[in-house]
Design a protein. Structure first.
Length: 190
């Protein structure tokens, strides 16, 4: 049955195979030359929250924040240390004055240092470089030196009580009074 294939049938079969091969070749060439379209991603469902999409922040920004906080804390501790140093200097000056009833050159240097520390404490809490104008200055040098130690101690207590990042008018006022008193004791204020 298969032995008798006519020439016409053979030509038809060969022609059909050639057409099918030609069509397959054209389709494969067209598929290779056409641009590929991206496969659309399904939109995430907001109700379906998995841990994959949570942003915990990057390490660099967290490290910067931590360093900034550490620096701020260090500055605050230095601020408190300045207030302690001012308190200690004033107490030392009071003792020296009580024993000798006058100041020597080293004591005047300490008064100068005390004024600088007090100005720095005032400026760091938001005060300005304006001159202090006290309402009442003591009448005697003895009273002034005694008040100097008391005011420096009160200033130190205020600084210790005040948290960081606070503009404290009570510290500014206390520092201004102390600066005026220091200038009075030094003789630079009338």
């Amino acid at each position: 049955m298969f032995a008798r294939i006519t020439t016409v049938q053979f030509l038809r079969f060969t022609l059909a195979c050639a057409v099918v091969l030609f069509a397959a070749t054209c389709l494969s060439v067209q598929a290779q030359s056409s641009p590929t379209r991206p496969v659309p991603q399904p939109t995430p469902n907001p109700m379906d929250r998995r841990h994959d999409g949570i942003d915990f922040g990057n390490r660099e920004s967290e490290t910067r924040k931590r360093l900034a906080l550490k620096e701020e804390k260090k500055k605050y501790e230095e601020h408190v240390e300045r207030a302690h140093e001012a308190r200690d200097l004033a107490a030392e000056l009071k003792k020296t004055y009580e024993t000798a009833r006058s100041f020597n050159a080293a004591d005047f240097k300490k008064l100068e240092r005390l004024e600088k520390l007090t100005r720095r404490v005032r400026n760091e809490v938001g005060g300005s470089n304006t001159d202090a104008d006290p309402k009442e200055l003591p009448k005697t040098h003895d009273e002034a030196v005694s008040q100097l130690a008391d005011m420096a101690r009160e200033l130190c207590d205020e600084v210790e009580k005040t948290p960081r990042r606070v503009v404290s008018t009570s510290i500014i006022d206390q520092a201004n009074k102390l600066i005026a008193l220091i200038q009075y004791v030094r003789g630079t204020r009338d």
